[in-house]
Design a protein around this ligand. Structure first.
Ligand SMILES: Nc1nc2c(ncn2[C@@H]2O[C@H](COP(=O)(O)OP(=O)(O)O)[C@@H](O)[C@H]2O)c(=O)[nH]1
Ligand SMILES: [Mg+2]
Length: 201
């Protein structure tokens, strides 16, 4: 069969190409319970079309995944995206499912990760406990981002800190996972936090 390259093969799209100025690439993992907005966050902030392994929820998830109203897809392996924080610094984002049955993925996904964002839905704080515990076990530094769903209760930061049993230095910030600027701010908070840790190490 004769495939003409002009209509079947396209080169890399300009937004997919790393700028020449990039000198450092850092791996960041976005974690959190089921339905907290991880896929949304990677999608809103990524400069490349995010790779997602989102699948329509099937019978397999019934009784295993919590049923969230309006949520028809669930991440079966991971989300992947990329954002340039500056001309030099590129972040690679890996969104990881929080369901217990996917924890085997954590080993590979956390390899080489510099830090993590824990996304939280205050209506379901309890889904974050295990995730935070596992990050602490692994010694992965993280910031907590509260995804401000409209009907989610607002708690004072101190109350959240004690409910999640977080030490005083761990940043807790609000975000809207649908907002590019908001997600970028969360990542900047994480980068500043990692920097402060490197200064005190
Ligand atoms: N109102 C509102 N909805 C959101 C927000 N973030 C995510 N969602 C919705 O919440 C649902 C779950 O988000 P998703 O990114 O799939 O969660 P994941 O399981 O953590 O990847 C989706 O229907 C999103 O459209 C947010 O900040 N505000
Ligand atoms: Mg997802």
């Amino acid at each position: 069969m004769d495939f003409r390259s002009s209509d079947t093969v396209t080169g890399p799209r300009s937004e997919d190409v790393l700028p020449d100025t990039a000198t450092a690439a850092v791996k960041i993992v976005i974690v959190g319970g089921f339905g907290v907005g991880k896929t949304t966050m990677v999608g809103s902030v990524s400069e490349i079309r995010p790779l997602t392994t989102e699948e329509t929820m099937t019978q397999a998830g019934v009784g295993v995944d919590d049923n969230l109203e309006g949520k028809t897809a669930t991440t079966v392996a991971m989300d992947f995206g990329r954002i340039s924080i500056s001309e030099e610094l590129i972040l690679y984002l890996f969104g990881t499912p929080g369901q217990e049955r996917f924890w085997f993925l954590w080993n590979g996904l956390f390899e080489g990760a510099l830090g993590a964002v824990v996304l939280i839905d205050t209506r379901r704080l309890e889904v974050s406990f295990d995730v935070i515990g596992r990050l602490e076990e692994r010694g992965v530094p993280f910031v907590v981002a509260i995804n401000t769903f409209p009907d989610a209760p607002r708690h004072p930061v101190d109350a959240l800190r004690s409910a999640l049993d977080l030490p005083p230095e761990v940043p807790i910030v609000d975000c809207d996972a649908r907002g590019r600027g908001s997600c970028r701010d969360v990542l900047l908070t994480l980068m500043r936090y990692l920097h402060s840790l490197s200064l005190t190490a």
